[in-house]
Design a protein around this ligand. Structure first.
Ligand code: BES
Ligand code: ZN
Length: 847
């Protein structure tokens, strides 16, 4: 049954649950279409709550029997749960329900994935398993018995006992229901162990399907590295005797931090050199770290309610980015985070889906696992750390863990530990949590009598979510360069708190060139047009040097689009110079070569009052890449040769940097030799990074057919590799062919559209092909809408997330807007559309 009128939930309406859960006992009798779940739960009245309604969430459950203190009761059932009269003293609730995991295609609650039982309970999936107060502030210990004919039967916490066809687990740490997990199936374990700084020996296991044993070693090492890092850097040790990770093929997200039993999308954990790219390895390392770090930031300290989601997600993203920076390269990680923030969070914050890092209302919480909550949430913590300093941050975090261990906490609690430990007033800073929109900061300067003055004006464009934005606290890291390129003032952090503010730098011999927002010290749009070529040549801040290259390239692309100008020689010269500067990290140089994304160029054009033409943007990018290939033609062959890795493959920063630059060179070379070198690399490749890059360039050069066929024959048996095969054809298609290519792929026998990875590899990738998706005839919009309509009844979460492809629709011309508008309307008027998709489409249309 679907909801007739979706309800809006408000942060301001929070009230505690009327009962405390003392302990939970669950028994599962597994059967594909008729699993029985028996619960025995001790409740007692909550002295802190006034509302004593006994309401338990429950969805798609068949209630077999319910008892209170052993006496049968007849609760009142609705689509959302049940209510029941209960005593005003401690009591035991017992219920038996039946559920149908085989029919659960939404992949929320208990479901079957290739014959394996698994669960996904965050945010509100536990209510599809049994009746329960399914809210994060209700925490309890769980004891679980699993009965089923499977060799592996797992749940949270420590193993208690097991025998043929059953296993018992006990989790001593009180947790909310969203962290519950169960896995059962024919799985094999890759085992290891880790001894914590407290001397606890922890058995580690990564459970995979038979055949995937060879793809476990890297994930296991990443887990051990994460455990060590959290001890070294945050002083946090693991707290159970076992830590299990399971890889599943069908999963809506990347991975989930269930206590002691993390469940991962196979794509986010399984890796081997032959089947995974360097980028895959880096992502896997980061996700393993992320989910592991949740053990403290999320599980030991959880969220009071879902409005506080950034409390765990923003902080944990910040922690995993620190980890990656430590394991690999800090500047390269910063650059890749900022690329991601601009590609995913900025459009959200500047469009109809804009919402604060801590939203104030929602209809479907699954729609708020957003780039704003996650990535902007992490940026806000990064700013906080910049403002209070490393020591202040570390003191505040110690206090946070001390004070709130075992709590379901709020953003107020989080900020209070910073105030109490550093003495800083964070009243104004808190606006970062409540205001939507990306602040724009304009810079002007002057030089008078040896004093240089920088003036900043901040303005956050008003939005439906925040009609009257106020000034934010913005840390702006600034350095000054002298006219000869020497740094005359090392990095200082200026604190912008007013709409307009000036800062003086006295005692200078000549007017300096400012390097502003070093390290991207705040998630803002900087409006400043300094001499980018000068900064590209001289800036000591690696981020800003990359930014200068990017700004030069962006300006050149924009004038190519708007005025038809040729690629700027300053950009060509500057980038060609960086390319051969062997003092620079190869990974960094590869980033300096990359052009800004086409969707971002569209956003920039739109912000400057020009309606973006996707075909013109595509053409400008092509001509710029061609010009760069020609400009660097003398250096490229040697650059390519020198960045081939000899010896055994390692997915570390060093080698992957080499391959990134080698492949960037090959990509340009393919424009000069029409693909001969790419063909040679493809033919001789011994790892996926080299093979896939070569395949991409061959397709781009119009000679990919043989390689695609060979790739398919080689990798037909490997789902994760075939996802790449699907995605690659779409992303490398010419704009006019992209929709047809994607459509043809949806007819391929291996297109399992119910598998989220395959659906995303094909249609998600298509939506990311800017010029293809926005093809003039509207075919791209229709194709995506057709598939969203088809997927919605099967998997609302994955459908709703992909609706964001339409969030930028107001940027485009009237004809495209009208075509998109019609598709949005068609989706909206689909009978029985899910609450998830309804909310997304409504917000996109109305915002
Ligand atoms: N808690 C989330 C997983 C999740 C998200 C569950 C939404 C239910 C709904 C997990 O910690 C997470 O954030 N995973 C990310 C990856 C991470 C590296 C940012 C994901 O799955 O994309
Ligand atoms: Zn997370």
């Amino acid at each position: 049954m679907r909801d007739a009128s979706p309800q809006t939930i408000y942060l301001k309406d929070y009230t505690p649950f009327g009962y405390v859960v003392e302990e939970v006992h669950l028994t599962f009798d597994l059967a594909p279409s008729a699993t029985r779940v028996t619960s025995r739960i001790k409740f007692s009245p909550n002295p802190d709550a006034t509302n004593k309604t006994f309401f338990l969430h429950g969805k798609n459950l068949s209630l077999i029997a319910a008892k209170i203190d052993g006496e049968a009761v007849k609760p009142k059932l609705t689509d959302e749960g049940l209510t029941c009269d209960v005593p005003n003293v401690p009591f035991t609730w017992e219920a038996e329900v039946q559920i149908d995991p085989a029919a659960n295609t939404a992949l929320e609650g208990l479901y079957l994935s290739n014959g394996m039982y698994c669960t996904q309970c965050e945010a509100e999936g536990f209510r599809k398993i049994t009746y329960y107060p399914d809210r994060p502030d209700v925490m309890s210990t769980f004891s679980v018995r699993v009965n089923g004919p499977h060799p592996v039967l797992l749940s949270n916490g420590n193993p208690v006992a097991s025998g043929d066809g059953w296993a018992e687990w006990h989790d001593p740490w009180p947790k909310p229901a969203y962290l519950f997990a169960l896995v059962a199936g024919e799985l094999v374990a890759h085992r290891d162990s880790f001894t914590t700084m407290e001397g606890r020996k922890v058995d580690l296991a990564l459970y995979v399907r038979p055949g995937d044993e060879g793809k476990c070693a890297f994930g296991m090492q990443a887990l051990k590295d994460s455990m060590k890092w959290d001890e070294d850097v945050y002083g946090r040790a693991y707290d159970l005797d076992v830590f299990n990770i399971v890889a599943v093929d069908d999963f809506n997200m990347g991975a989930m931090e269930n206590k002691g039993l993390n469940i991962f999308n196979a794509s986010a954990v399984l890796a081997s050199p032959e089947t995974s790219t360097d980028t895959n390895f880096e992502r896997i390392e980061a996700i393993i770290a992320h989910e592991y770090f949740h053990n403290w930031t999320g599980n030991r300290i959880t969220c009071r309610d879902w409005f506080q989601l950034c409390l765990k997600e923003g902080l944990t993203v910040f922690r995993d980015s620190q980890f990656t920076a430590d394991m690999r390269s800090e500047p390269v990680k910063r650059i890749s985070d900022v690329i991601d923030l601009r590609a995913r969070q900025f459009p959200e914050d500047q469009g109809p889906l804009a919402h604060p890092v801590r939203p104030e209302s929602f209809q479907e919480i699954n729609n708020f696992y957003t780039a704003t909550v996650y990535e902007k949430g992490a940026e806000v913590i990064r700013m906080l750390k910049t403002l209070v300093g490393d020591e202040g941050y570390s003191k505040a975090l110690d206090l946070y863990f001390d004070r709130h261990d075992g709590d379901a906490a709020t953003i107020e609690d989080w900020l209070k530990v910073f105030e109490d430990s550093t003495g800083r007033d964070l009243t104004q800073f808190k606006r970062w949590y409540s205001q939507a929109g990306t602040p724009r900061v304009a810079v002007t300067d002057s030089f008078d009598n040896g004093t240089y003055t920088l003036t900043f004006e901040q303005l956050t464009p008003p939005s439906a979510a925040t009609p009257e934005p106020q000034a934010q606290v913005i840390p702006i890291a600034v350095g000054l360069l002298g006219p000869n390129g020497d740094e005359v003032l090392p990095t200082q952090v200026l604190e912008l708190t007013k709409d307009s503010q000036s800062f003086n730098f006295p005692g200078l011999g000549a007017k300096p060139v400012p390097s502003i927002l070093r390290g991207f010290s705040a998630p803002i749009v900087l409006e400043h047009t300094p001499d980018h070529a000068f900064l590209l040549a001289h800036d000591t801040d690696p981020f800003n040097r990359w930014e200068a290259a990017r700004n030069l390239g962006k300006a050149s692309l924009i004038s190519a689009v708007t005025k038809g100008s040729a690629p700027d020689a300053k950009w060509l010269d500057g980038v060609a110079g960086l390319l051969i500067d062997d003092t620079l990290d190869p990974a960094y140089r590869a980033y300096c070569l990359a052009l800004p994304g086409q969707s971002q160029l569209a956003a920039d054009l739109h912000a400057n009052g020009t309606t973006p033409d996707p075909d013109a943007i595509w053409d400008a990018c092509e001509s710029h890449r061609q010009a760069l290939a020609q400009r660097a033609s003398d250096a490229l062959p040697d650059l390519y040769t020198r960045h081939q890795v000899h010896g055994p493959y390692a997915p570390d920063a060093e080698q992957s940097g080499q391959r990134a630059l080698g492949n960037a060179a090959l990509s340009l070379l393919t424009r000069l030799d029409s693909g001969d070198m790419a063909q040679a690399q493809f033919d001789g490749a011994t790892n996926m990074t080299q093979q896939l890059a070569a395949l991409a360039y061959l397709i781009r050069a119009g000679r990919g057919d043989a390689a695609l066929a060979q790739f398919e024959a080689q990798w037909k048996h490997d789902r994760l590799v075939m996802d790449k095969w699907f995605g690659m054809q779409v992303i490398e298609a010419k704009p006019d062919d992209a929709a047809d290519t994607a459509k043809a792929l949806t007819k391929h026998t291996d297109f399992n559209w119910k598998n989220p990875n395959r659906f995303r590899a094909t249609l998600g990738t298509f939506a990311a092909h800017h010029a293809g998706f926005h093809a003039k005839d509207g075919s791209g919009y229709t194709l995506l809408a057709d598939w969203l309509i088809k997927l919605d009844p099967v998997n609302p979460q994955t459908t709703a997330r992909m609706c964001s492809a339409f969030q930028t629709w107001r940027r485009y011309d009237a004809i495209r807007q009208s075509m998109i508008g019609k598709e949005l309307e068609r989706i909206a008027s689909t009978p029985n559309l899910s609450r998830d998709t309804t909310e997304m489409i409504t917000r996109i249309r109305e915002g």
